[in-house]
Design a protein around this ligand. Structure first.
Ligand SMILES: CC(C)(COP(=O)(O)OP(=O)(O)OC[C@H]1O[C@@H](n2cnc3c(N)ncnc32)[C@H](O)[C@@H]1OP(=O)(O)O)[C@@H](O)C(=O)NCCC(=O)NCCS
Length: 192
């Protein structure tokens, strides 16, 4: 599998991954917001969208990360339903957290449904806001946040390397610098 930046031609693969998660994780009414994200937000914002491509070419995970007021925002992280619970979501989340840290973010944030909060909690996220019906009637919203301090980033980097090795994930050249090497200024052994 290859982890690489999103390309225009990935649109259908991303939508297929979204559709595979309806209705278990997304309401059909959310599709238009996702289309707007792909077609309008990605080209116009600084959000970096990544995809995980299987050897047969299928997009099995996708999602973005952007900076807002020093926070790395996780956007529309989606694993194709047929590939859930194989640690692809973990690989993908860790990659985006590391990209955010490499861009200088000192914390990361996201919003999600209650069903996935336990997944994010495994990586240090805590719930900072609860809004029942926050995405619409019956669709509750939870805002979560994690601090990206040096110790956590070092742990994330190590976990990412282990997960990628276990899954056989290759990194696109353009990502390797941010995801594998600690940036010199943030090296992990500057204890005083
Ligand atoms: C949430 C999501 C990304 C998780 O991806 P995934 O590939 O299934 O998760 P992983 O296999 O990497 O899970 C890592 C660990 O977390 C656990 N886990 C996964 N989803 C979980 C959940 N919803 N609740 C609790 N634990 C969960 C896994 O069992 C695994 O544990 P293990 O190490 O003991 O085996 C996936 O369910 C998804 O794409 N959902 C639809 C989109 C969505 O809701 N995105 C979130 C916000 S936009």
């Amino acid at each position: 599998m290859l982890l690489r930046p999103h390309r225009l031609e990935d649109r259908e693969g991303c939508l297929a991954a979204f559709d595979s998660n309806v209705p278990a994780f997304f309401a059909p009414s959310e599709r238009s917001s996702y289309v707007e994200y792909l077609d309008e937000m990605l080209p116009r914002s600084g959000v970096r969208q990544l995809v995980l491509q299987a050897p047969d070419g299928a997009i099995v995970a996708s999602g973005g990360v952007g900076l807002r007021d020093g926070e790395a925002r996780m956007c529309w992280g989606i694993v194709r339903a047929s590939h859930h619970r194989r640690h692809l979501g973990e690989c993908f989340l860790l990659a985006r957290l590391l990209l955010g840290a490499a861009a200088g973010a000192d914390r990361a944030g996201l919003d999600t449904i209650p069903k996935t909060t336990q997944f994010f909690a495994r990586y240090g996220f805590v719930i900072v806001r609860e809004q029942d019906d926050g995405y619409g009637p019956g669709i509750h919203r939870r805002d979560m946040c994690v601090t990206l301090d040096l110790a956590r980033v070092a742990a994330l980097r190590s976990a990412f390397a282990t997960t990628c090795a276990g899954l056989g994930v290759q990194l696109d050249q353009t990502l390797a610098g941010s995801l594998v090497q600690p940036p010199a200024i943030f090296s992990d052994d500057w204890e005083v």
